[in-house]
Design a protein around this ligand. Structure first.
Ligand SMILES: NC(=O)c1ccc[n+]([C@@H]2O[C@H](COP(=O)([O-])OP(=O)(O)OC[C@H]3O[C@@H](n4cnc5c(N)ncnc54)[C@H](O)[C@@H]3O)[C@@H](O)[C@H]2O)c1
Length: 452
């Protein structure tokens, strides 16, 4: 008789080798067949990215027929079209899928991603990985069990400039980093509750809601503006935090053990059950082995980093407009955005430095994932680098960002335990925790009902 532990080990191994996933072995050079869920908005860039990385689009899925039609206007060979992701997953074997890309609104990321992982399929999911901490914890568990190539949609991670900044920080170019400020000028605000209108004729609103409770459709909710509602999105911090905080997390090696139990605080323009705030200022204090904690800060919706403002006034430069990230070191400052960086003061920038440890260029964010799938599919462990934003790393970044959005609503300092993926004193937002609609939870039962 097989004991439960043995069964789990065996099923993990079988999933990793593709047996439970029901995949037929494919020749090494066979095309990598991807299904993309959500093809409007960011989805158009994701389709381009997949095609550019040499993937074959096996299926497209969208709850808005207008978006599907527009995607199918491309030469996508024999791509099948679906409105309901559950149907797509049920047909994954006949589609001969090698992976799934999820590019829907935030509130449906977790269900789609969990289905892929439970089916033993590689998955690329847009940022933020999930809408809630609980979903992130569950995906962490499913990803650990599935052991398939995963990637978060933080494509800036593949840019050259982020590599140069990481090298400089690691080489000590500005001394010991004591704090990092990050900001974005934009703000997704307030989740208006009116006017209530009939959903667009091309949209299957019931499927769009997925796990979310049925509510009347508010004008202009879809596309894009769902970001202004806690039930579907994560506000500005959730939208942009994964891109900006990715850089300090990378440069300072902030993995789960380095983050430990962090103190998270956030001030917001106002707390509302429905709508995300006009602005947020958040901070994470991370204990160091010696001295003061390292502090990461976030500013959005027009709020500004006081340090960036002070330095800008002193140097007569509008750093705030030009950059979005400021590393403050014991010897100087390093400013960055996606494409450029600058060390100040000039004397620190001019200082001779020891040779930098170079970080190899990325073949491209989509290439990283597609090549990892090829290697995984052929069973050649270790023949390709794991995607750099795989979920083992991305769930940490995701929880860093989401813990800030929770602290803003909780209105008090919280302690987040990155090892356990939970707040130390329990869920600070019980009123925000909704039961998913029947059949849409991340439980094994609900996922397996879809997967058959
Ligand atoms: N990486 C980046 O730089 C970047 C940029 C923009 C958006 N994003 C992310 O991409 C995701 C989508 O954002 P967007 O701006 O494209 O939103 P959007 O509302 O414009 O587009 C979402 C698309 O997904 C479809 N969709 C929604 N729910 C679906 C479901 N259950 N099943 C199938 N299709 C569904 C919609 O019809 C639409 O076509 C978000 O998570 C967002 O954070 C990432």
């Amino acid at each position: 008789m097989l004991h439960r532990r043995d069964f789990l080990t065996l099923s993990t191994a079988l999933i990793a080798s593709g047996c439970l996933a029901g995949r037929k072995p494919k020749p090494k050079d066979a095309p990598v067949r991807i299904a993309q869920i959500g093809v409007g908005g960011r989805g158009t860039e994701n389709l381009n990215g997949l095609l550019g990385a040499g993937a074959e689009i096996a299926a497209v899925c969208d709850v808005d027929s207008r978006m599907l039609e527009s995607a199918l206007r491309r030469p996508l060979q024999d791509a099948r079209a679906f409105a309901d992701m559950r149907e797509l997953f049920a047909r994954r074997h006949e589609l001969e899928l090698d992976g799934v890309l999820v590019s829907t609104a935030d509130h449906t990321h977790a269900f789609a991603t969990a289905l892929a992982l439970r089916a033993g399929l590689p998955v690329y999911t847009e940022k933020p990985l999930t809408r809630t901490i609980e979903e992130s914890r569950r995906l962490r568990e499913l990803a650990e069990a599935a052991q398939v190539p995963t990637q978060l949609g933080t494509q800036i991670h593949a840019y050259e400039n982020y590599r140069r900044v990481v090298e400089l920080v690691r080489s000590g170019a500005i001394g010991t980093v004591r704090s990092v400020d990050t900001w974005v000028p934009k703000g997704w605000c307030c989740g208006p509750q009116a006017p209530i209108v009939t959903p667009p004729a091309t949209l299957n609103y019931d499927l769009w809601l997925g796990p979310a409770q049925m509510r009347p459709y508010v004008k202009d909710l879809h596309p894009s503006n769902w970001r202004k509602y806690w039930d579907y999105g994560t506000g500005t911090l959730g939208d942009m935090g994964c891109h900006m905080l990715d850089l300090p997390v990378w440069a300072l090696g902030l993995d789960r053990s380095r983050l430990g139990v962090a103190e998270v605080r956030a001030q917001v323009s106002g707390v509302d059950r429905n709508g995300t705030p006009e602005w947020t200022e958040a901070s994470w204090a991370i204990a160091q082995t010696e001295g003061d904690p390292l502090v990461l800060r976030w500013f959005d919706g027009g709020r500004k980093s006081p340090t960036a403002q002070e330095l800008g006034a002193k140097d007569g430069v509008n750093y705030h407009e030009r950059f979005t990230i400021l590393f403050q070191g014991s010897e100087g400052f390093l400013w960055a955005n996606y494409d450029e960086h600058l060390i100040t003061p000039a004397a620190v920038a001019a200082k001779p430095r020891a040779a930098l440890e170079r970080i190899a260029p990325s073949p491209g964010h989509y290439h990283e994932w597609i090549e990892a799938i090829r290697a995984w599919r052929s069973g050649a462990q270790g023949t390709a680098e794991a995607p750099l934003c795989s979920f083992s790393r991305a769930t940490t970044l995701n929880e860093l960002v989401l813990s800030g959005t929770v602290a803003g609503r909780a209105g008090r300092a919280l302690r987040y335990d990155f090892g356990a993926s939970r707040f130390v004193d329990g869920n600070p937002l019980p009123a925000w925790q909704e039961t998913p609609r029947a059949g849409w939870s991340l439980s094994d039962q609900d996922l397996d009902r879809v997967l058959g």
